[in-house]
Design a protein around this ligand. Structure first.
Ligand SMILES: Cc1cc2nc3c(=O)[nH]c(=O)nc-3n(C[C@H](O)[C@H](O)[C@H](O)COP(=O)(O)OP(=O)(O)OC[C@H]3O[C@@H](n4cnc5c(N)ncnc54)[C@H](O)[C@@H]3O)c2cc1C
Length: 504
């Protein structure tokens, strides 16, 4: 590799949460001859939540060459076909919808979805609820996992649910077996060199730890990047109101659905994530509208465990991102670089993308900061794409029952890009094509935006200059359902899949 002589000889990762261990494994699988040390503090602890993922976690394990049967049973993991959104809308027929991950076969079914959306907006009584158009909606309704029979010629995207503490342990063991040096201590001071770059960190026993390059995985504190290097923080508070969460486990049911459930409550939303041994539940809310105590009471009622003897954990969230993620000889990864509330479970995806993109840019610049700006811009685009998509959930919500939901629907702090997407939705007869032509489908494809907006029953009335779109006939809809059902024959029961993996 060119520039090998400039490659850091020693990398210090500060923080042993999921981000720290993911970064350690990725760095060690790609770069040889580098000493990688990871420092964590038994006195500080990890955030300890983050149990749902996007398909990026599969890419992460594929990059490491780790099979599902190696890691999933160790982490009480289950498959995730997508997310149910319940009670986000009071529009009749739209109390709930399922948002699947993208699958190749969507190319054959989604054109009819777009067609019927257009017909619906032009006044026809068309079936435009997303649950009828995606294979993975069918799989989830029938409790089928996302692994297709070998003869099925289309790929299906999926994510996972897992116990984040067990995942950390799994990744730690793996990195240590490959030579990582694990250290325990609390950083009390960060020492800079004469160029203002990081030189070392001082620990509570007064020892100094130096390195050539530092990865800041210290969580919301962001000790190195935002603390020592003073990179500023761009808050998303204006766009996204939620800043706290309360977390409670409950017993798992016999049928383990391959999906996260997100249910809107009075001042935020509650997640329900199935693991093999328990449900992880949490209520994400805005402390401007509801107190921590009220939120806990509401979550307990929602879970039907008002008096259960189970302790809740309360967390606060700093929502936004650092202006830069790579500065001098420091890369921030995970909560230390930023966090967008967990509605789309995107944090580990951003962690994976950050490390992979950084390694590529660092190598391309022969281990100099040549491509630092390009890298930072690219990561910021990813953050903003996720933010816009999540803001759209709140903007498009069709509830009117509390000030929280009314304020969200009335919020005008939308990015230019989100404004353009909503304008297209309201006015364009060729939404998907226009999204692509205007390069607005960065991060989320047009079909995902359509799923979200149609899912909530947001169908602004369009006047057509051309011949009015006609809703697909009953026969067309039956044919579509039959096609999806026949595709579904290639998939296995989710519980069976998990049991089979345990027996391997
Ligand atoms: C309510 C909530 C729900 C979430 N849900 C999801 C989800 O569904 N999906 C998803 O992908 N993500 C989710 N996330 C995000 C996810 O939890 C984090 O991205 C992930 O856990 C990584 O955290 P981290 O490693 O960056 O930080 P942390 O877990 O906070 O780890 C910080 C580390 O830094 C160390 N440290 C801190 N200070 C010092 C010091 N002074 N000296 C030495 N060490 C120090 C600590 O010991 C610890 O090891 C959620 C987050 C929240 C708050």
């Amino acid at each position: 590799m060119q520039g090998e002589s400039k490659k850091p000889k020693k990398i210090l990762i500060v923080g042993g949460g999921t981000a720290g261990w993911m970064a350690a494994n990725l760095l060690m699988s790609r770069w040889n001859n580098v000493e990688v040390c990871l420092l964590e503090s038994s006195g500080v602890g990890t955030v300890g939540v983050g149990e749902g993922t996007t398909p990026h976690l599969k890419l992460f394990f594929d990059a490491l060459g780790v099979s599902e049967s190696e890691w999933m049973p160790r982490c009480n993991a289950t498959y995730k076909n997508g997310i149910y959104f319940s009670d986000w809308s009071f529009v009749p027929g739209h109390k709930e919808y399922f948002h699947p991950f993208p699958a190749q076969v969507d190319d054959l079914t989604v054109p009819m979805f777009f067609h019927n959306i257009k017909a619906r907006m032009q006044g026809d009584e068309a079936q435009a609820h997303p649950d009828h158009y995606f294979l993975e909606s069918y799989l989830t309704q029938n409790n089928l996992g996302p692994l297709a029979a070998e003869c099925f010629p289309f790929s299906v995207g999926y994510g996972y649910h897992f116990d984040s503490e067990l995942l950390g342990q799994f990744l730690a063991e793996r990195a240590i077996a490959k030579g990582l040096v694990r250290l325990n201590g609390t950083v009390t001071e960060v020492v800079l060199d004469s160029d203002g770059a990081l030189a070392s960190v001082r620990l509570d026993d007064d020892s100094l730890l130096d390195a050539d390059f530092f990865i800041d995985c210290s969580g919301f504190r962001s000790l190195l990047l935002q603390g020592a290097l003073k990179v500023s923080f761009k808050s998303y508070k204006e766009n996204l109101f939620n800043d706290a969460a309360v977390v409670l486990p409950t017993e798992i049911s016999d049928v383990i659905t391959p999906a996260t459930r997100s249910t809107a409550l009075s001042n935020g939303w509650a997640w329900k994530i199935p693991l093999t041994n328990r449900y992880g539940n949490g209520y994400v809310y805005s402390s401007d509208y509801i107190s921590a105590e009220q939120a806990e009471t509401e979550l307990r009622q929602h879970l039907n465990i008002p008096d259960a003897d189970v302790t809740a954990r309360h967390l606060t969230m700093k929502v936004g991102r650092a202006e830069k993620h790579w500065e001098k000889n420091c890369l921030a990864v995970g909560l230390s670089q930023g966090f967008i509330e967990p509605l789309e479970a995107t944090a580990l995806a951003l962690t994976f993308d950050t490390v992979m993109l950084f390694m590529r840019h660092y190598e391309d610049g022969h281990f100099t900061n040549k491509f630092e700006r390009e890298f930072n811009d690219a990561i910021n685009v990813k953050f903003e794409a996720v933010r816009d998509y999540i803001v759209c959930h709140y903007k498009a919500n069709q509830r009117v029952d509390t000030e929280y939901w009314r304020d969200n629907a009335a919020n005008t702090n939308l990015s230019e890009r989100l404004g353009a997407i909503l304008n297209l939705w309201a006015g364009s007869e060729t939404f998907a094509q226009d999204m692509r032509a205007q390069n607005l489908d960065v991060g989320y494809q047009a079909k995902s935006w359509a799923c979200l907006l149609a899912g909530y029953g947001a169908f602004p009335r369009q006047r057509s200059n051309k011949a009015q779109a006609r809703a697909s006939s009953q026969a067309d809809m039956e044919q579509l359902a039959d096609f999806i059902r026949r595709c579904g024959l290639n998939f296995r029961d989710h519980n069976e899949l998990l049991a089979h993996m345990l027996s391997e």
